[in-house]
Design a protein around this ligand. Structure first.
Ligand code: MG
Length: 390
């Protein structure tokens, strides 16, 4: 029996969680019981592994809740059916967990990294990020990957004794190394840039781009900016469309066929990624995490032919969607809004909230303003601009 009288045999314990990991995960996966731990030591949980606990800390963070009102491609007030950063994140979590399970990697770690991977995104998507980076050019720049780390290490305030979420080293190491398999110059030094990312980080990175390729295509078609006829320029799409038609009744609508074709593409991308990665891992045969970290090329990657087909799709999307005049219009407006808010707060730091004002001395006014702007949702940035500058 446990202390509160429940029959012990009926309850899952953290030892059992570790035992399942030892049984089910590959030796080169990250095992929670081997974690290098937290900056501020904490008692182990009774039934959650360290990574399961980190996932819960991320879900309960303020930055995670804000993802609901941040842009993926379409600004938050343009329609209720478009992806936000939050729904993008949840789609990624689900895809990445399934792929991790198949590759015998640590699903819980993958879930943590996927849930946190976009926490550092400012309002208005990549254009918002580019604008803040320009505004911060003389003060160290701005990068959403770094910002996600700043959030989990410093900006979230949930504990009385220290800043940040006090996540395990592995989760932070994965976040620090997203997008850095070979180019590790931007990995902060404390994350040992001489070592590469864990396979769990590599997987989240690859699945992230698969997720947005597919759902941006879906949202772009829904918006009317992308047109089905134009997509026929792409061999990849023609194949998926043909396959969708082959398996559908004659009177099937274009809307359903489009959904089916996008699903077929998504499935093909993920299957290719998992199978090609299994070949790469098999050839490199890493014995453990040390061997994974020492590898000088990616072990999670799509096949060459699929990479080329996806690059063609991405270039097409870039021309037809991300640089469409309607998308450009809203983003130029958003850039102006961010620039004006930045100038306002740098000139009047006494109008920053107490929390951000308190930080201006330690980290500089510009960085404190960038943190404040980056934390805003699309809607809040628009409201704040209307309150202060209209
Ligand atoms: Mg993403």
């Amino acid at each position: 029996m446990t202390e509160d009288g429940a029959p012990r045999a009926l309850l899952l314990s953290v030892d059992e969680v570790h035992h399942r990991e030892a049984r089910d995960l590959a030796p080169y996966a990250a095992h929670a019981c081997d974690s290098e731990g937290r900056d501020h030591p904490a008692e182990p949980d009774r039934y959650r592994s360290a990574f399961q606990r980190d996932r819960d800390r991320i879900v309960h963070s303020r930055a995670f809740r804000r993802l609901a009102y941040k842009t993926q491609v379409f600004i938050n007030d343009e329609g209720d059916l478009y992806r936000s950063r939050l729904t993008h994140t949840m789609e990624l979590v689900q895809l990445a967990r399934s792929a991790a399970r198949r590759l015998r990697l640590n699903e819980d770690l993958v879930e943590c990294v996927a849930m946190a991977h976009d926490l550092g995104h400012p309002p208005f998507g990549h254009r918002g990020e580019d604008m803040i980076d320009e505004l911060m050019a003389e003060h160290g720049g701005f990068d959403h990957h770094h910002q996600a780390l700043r959030i989990v290490e410093e900006l979230e305030q949930r504990y009385p004794d220290y800043p940040g979420l006090n996540l395990t080293y592995e989760v932070r190491d994965c976040l620090a190394k997203l997008g850095c398999v070979t180019e590790r110059g931007r990995v902060p030094r404390r994350y040992r840039r001489e070592y590469g990312p864990l396979l769990e980080a590599q997987l989240v990175d690859e699945v992230d781009s698969i997720a947005y390729d597919c759902h941006d295509l879906d949202d772009g078609l829904r918006s009317g900016i992308l047109r089905l006829d134009d997509l026929n320029e792409l061999e990849l799409w023609r194949g998926a469309w043909q396959q969708a038609c082959d398996n559908a009744p004659r009177d099937c609508s274009d809307k359903i066929l489009t959904d089916r074709a996008i699903h077929i593409l998504l499935d093909a991308f993920i299957t290719d990624l998992v199978e090609h990665s299994a070949r790469l891992i098999g050839a490199a045969a890493p014995a453990d995490l040390t061997a994974v970290r020492a590898a000088d090329s990616a072990l999670i990657a799509p096949s060459g032919s699929m990479r080329r087909a996806r690059e063609e799709l991405e270039q097409w999307m870039f021309r037809k969607l991300y640089r469409d005049w309607r998308v450009n219009r809203t983003f130029h407006k958003a850039r102006r809004l961010l620039a004006e808010l930045f100038a306002w707060f740098c000139a009047h730091p006494d109008t920053l909230t107490d929390e951000h004002q308190a930080r201006t001395e330690a980290i500089g006014c510009e960085r404190a303003v960038a943190d404040y702007l980056a934390g805003m949702t699309d809607r809040f940035a628009q409201d704040e601009h209307a309150r202060l500058l209209r």
